[in-house]
Design a protein around this ligand. Structure first.
Ligand code: SF4
Length: 289
């Protein structure tokens, strides 16, 4: 089946008795001719890249612009000494998001999920569970097929490109993928997976793409942390039985429609939003002189 509708995936799960990731993996085979074993091998490689991008983080690294670096290390230190308001798990989530996004800004290896700009969101919600022994590698790989299915619905119905539909299509999509994946890990139903994805996406509806100096750094790095925390909130709401009043497929459609109406200056051109502030312009001038 074509993975372009949450409603259809939920129905397919109900009709076949198969899980959300099984339906996604089988559709992958059907649509792209990728043998199931190959798909799992590729997903394992993606998972290990996510692990490595956090493991290889160096708080001393700085991006070429000097705008990014060190924040993941600060978050780690704060988590140890500062009694974070959000608690231990969310502090770790924010640290992992910052580390992965900073690594991207520093040109280190990351897994685009779904894009390089939003690479920190998905690993950020998974790695802290893995490190606490609450998620095995095999379960993480299985769960990544849930992420892939959610991403596919968003790509098919709307967009996953900041240049096309704003940051809602990058950080928003990553947040939706992470939210649904968390629900799957916590044994939520396919409908709850879709609800979490929809809630996460609606929370970031309208988010513009406004990278300062056209670099994927400001506000991108911190938005990864925000997208990850939003995913956790959406997952917990869905697991609590809270549903979205607007069906998830319609939320994705609305995101696409909003994206098409966004002014060009707010779609990765580096000419609107934070990029157009006096400080944003000064940074750009300094960087390109
Ligand atoms: S602001 Fe633009 S470039 Fe940065 S993460 Fe969002 S979509 Fe990507």
């Amino acid at each position: 089946m074509k993975l372009d509708s949450f409603a259809e995936i939920i129905n397919a799960c109900a009709d076949s008795g198969k899980s959300f990731p099984q339906i996604v993996a089988e559709s992958n085979t059907e649509n792209f001719g990728i043998a199931p074993a190959d798909a799992y091998t590729r997903m394992r490689a993606i998972w290990r890249t996510m692990l490595d991008s956090v493991k290889n983080y160096d708080p001393a690294d700085r991006s070429a612009s000097g705008l990014s670096g060190g924040d993941g290390g600060k978050m780690d230190a704060y988590a140890v000494d500062g009694a974070p308001l959000c608690g231990d798990y969310l502090a770790d989530v924010m640290a992992c998001a910052l580390k992965t996004a900073e690594s991207n800004a520093c040109m280190k290896r990351i897994a685009a999920a779904p894009t390089a700009g939003a690479c920190g969101v998905l690993p950020a919600v998974l790695l802290p569970l893995y490190r606490r022994g609450l998620l095995t590698e095999d379960d993480a790989i299985d769960a990544l097929f849930v992420s892939a299915g959610i991403g596919s619905v968003i790509a098919e119905r709307a967009s996953m490109s900041g240049a096309e539909a704003g940051c809602q299509a990058e950080i928003g999509a990553a947040s939706a993928m992470a939210a649904g994946t968390l629900v799957y890990i916590r044994k939520g139903s396919p409908a709850q997976i879709a609800a979490a994805a929809g809630i996460a996406l609606q929370n970031l509806m309208g988010l513009v793409c406004d990278p300062v100096a056209g670099l994927v750094e400001v506000p991108c790095v911190k938005r990864n942390a925000a997208g990850a925390v939003n995913a956790c909130a959406a997952a917990d709401m869905a697991l609590a039985g809270i549903t979205s009043r607007i069906p998830p497929d319609q939320i994705v459609d609305a995101m696409g429609a909003v994206g098409r109406r966004l002014d060009e200056s707010l779609r990765e051109t580096g000419r609107g939003g934070l990029a157009a502030t006096p400080e944003g312009k000064r940074i750009a001038q300094e960087f390109y002189k």
